[in-house]
Design a protein around this ligand. Structure first.
Ligand code: 5RP
Length: 251
């Protein structure tokens, strides 16, 4: 599983803190990345000890880890379908977490209840943001797990945009029109582009400092050929930040 920056001990504290919020009988969205993996492993320990949970994986990698940890899994359509149990909470990592300022988080995907102050996210470092957004948005509560290196007053990392392969050039032109600079994500060890679990490509789009994440999210969503982008605005309910000495939970 891909690991980005930050100390692994801090990531572990964050993941384990969120896993402690899971109750018996819960259906849990299982995020992608090295921090979410700590939560999945801790859930696996709790399953070993008798906890009854079912996981809804957000990626092939998180499903593999859940299977390894003997966590029973449900597919998203079964979890949220008319006869499904729903998703009680989702635990997922982030590449960047806005700590405040900028535009109020009322953009696409907001639940309608008060979002965390700041709390807009950039996700998709593992190219899993399309399924992550489906699962995280469907959950009653979305717990973000992060270490302090992810926190920033303003979002300024590139925004991953998953695109239909045939739409790659048209989407890149529309992103430039919107003030961004797109780069096709290439596989680290293979000669070719990253292909998502959904068979699509990823454009990493640099916009500099993002003053209005909700507006940019709406602009990106409106481009034909965009499957999903990595701006998560108004979705996070709690942010568990692992620190040198413990965990800080922001609501
Ligand atoms: C995958 C993601 C990850 O949650 C994000 O990249 C954070 O990963 P890590 O916990 O390894 O730093 O959005 O698409």
């Amino acid at each position: 599983m891909k690991t980005s920056g930050g100390s692994d001990a801090m990531k572990r504290r964050a993941g384990e803190s969120a896993a402690a919020a899971v109750s018996d009988g819960d259906v849990v969205g299982l995020g992608t990345g090295s921090t979410a993996a700590h939560a999945i492993r801790r859930l696996g320990d709790r399953v070993d000890a008798g906890l009854d949970v079912r996981g809804v994986p957000t990626s092939f990698a998180s499903r593999e880890l859940a299977v390894e940890e003997a966590i029973p899994c449900l597919d998203l359509p079964d979890a949220v379908g008319p006869d499904g149990p729903g998703i009680d909470l989702a635990i997922d990592g982030a590449d960047q977490v806005a700590t405040g300022g900028g535009e109020e988080d009322t953009g696409s995907g907001a639940r309608g209840d008060a979002p965390v102050s700041g709390g807009a996210l950039i996700k998709g470092g593992g190219a899993a943001h399309a399924r992550e957004k489906l699962v995280d948005a469907a959950a009653d509560r979305f717990l973000v797990v992060a270490d302090p290196s992810k926190e920033s007053p303003r979002l300024d990392r590139s925004v991953p945009v998953e695109v239909l392969p045939a739409g790659r050039t048209a989407v890149a032109a529309a992103v430039r029109e919107a003030g961004g600079e797109p780069t096709l994500r290439r596989a680290e060890r293979k000669d070719g582009p990253v292909v998502t679990d959904n068979g699509n490509l990823v454009l990493d789009c640099a916009f500099g400092e993002i003053d209005a994440p909700a507006s940019l999210a709406a602009t990106l969503s409106s481009i034909p050929g965009v499957v999903e982008h990595g701006l998560f605005v108004g979705l996070a309910d709690e942010i568990h930040v692992g620190t040198e000495s413990g965990v800080r939970v922001d609501e």
